[in-house]
Design a protein around this ligand. Sequence first.
Ligand code: SF4
Length: 381
Amino acid sequence: MVVGEGEITTVAVLDALRRGEPLAAVAGIVLRAPDGSIRHTPRRRAAPIDSIADPDWELFDVQRYFQVTDSPSAFGVRDDGQIWRTMPVSTARGCVFHCSFCHIVFKHDPYRHRDVDAILDEVARCTERYGANYINFWDDLTFYKLAQAEKIVDGILASGLRFHWSAAVRTDLFGNPKIPHARRLEVARKFKEAGCLTLGYSLESGNPAILEMMQKHVAVEFFEEQVRILREVGIASNTSIVIGYPIETRETIRQTFDLCERNAIYPSVGFLLPLPDTGMYRYDREHGYIPDENAFLDSITERQDICLNMTQMSDAEILEEIQRGCGRLNEQLQLGLSEDRLIRTGGYRKHTRVEARPGAPTRPRRLSNSLSLNYSEQLFE
Ligand code: SF4
């Protein structure tokens, strides 16, 4: 039987397997066969991005979301009594890079960008139909080159649409010294003019050897330069760090926080969480850090918990060093965060219960925060 002709159902696939026939033609199916083995057909190729339909928000009770997500702060940016109504719009899929800690769903597909007009049509629907005034361009990597970014930003400016927005970039967008400074500044000014309030990009680590192990392909200086340029044009920087590579020490953690201090920026702290199909997962399997994959995958929570400590430090030592760095930043930036809010490790566990059923693996179950349209203040203060 050649599955893939006519109507395909799970039953048809299972029947074919029962009869021992090959699953030949439908790519992208993974299932447990009747004999208990895991079977999969060839990987499915990515669809052309502009053939993918926009989300139909009519299927959701969006007003209920807005009751929760309308907020005076969008990614920490406040504006004189303004209430931000944020909606997500996806502009791209995948990423051009392969950082060793990062799991992206479209990793094996090419980086793809939507047509500018299609993006703007979707934005217009969000602003006109739902009253959104803040669009979160919700991508792994929204802009990876200045020319590509400028095309979209020029499109926003020409469209006459008035909204504010944030996007995901890398430190080499405005921080790469190979591109003339004046050119980088010119495009950054356009970003601001087109409504950009904040950009998310990651420092990850202040230690060059760790950056190399991460395969980030950026230098520490890129980060500092990008912070400077964005500050000059009035765009806020949101950054995160990843602690816990095997060569991490107290000294490298200090280096990372020193860099944050020099640039007056408070990071979102996360720990290395090796996920399947990432470089670090392969490394950990090869080096014996994950002897039992099933047990490991059942045990992990999220990046704000230390799920696997590969350093020579204890968990307590790592947390102590981070607490010290965050504490100094808290003072420097006069944030007024209480001791227990400096780092949010354990966040997932606080709203998750691990359910143990006799004879079944333990499963985390979310107790709260099951309603969330975007990563706005309600979830991450
Ligand atoms: S961390 Fe960012 S740049 Fe690196 S692979 Fe993931 S999405 Fe791409």
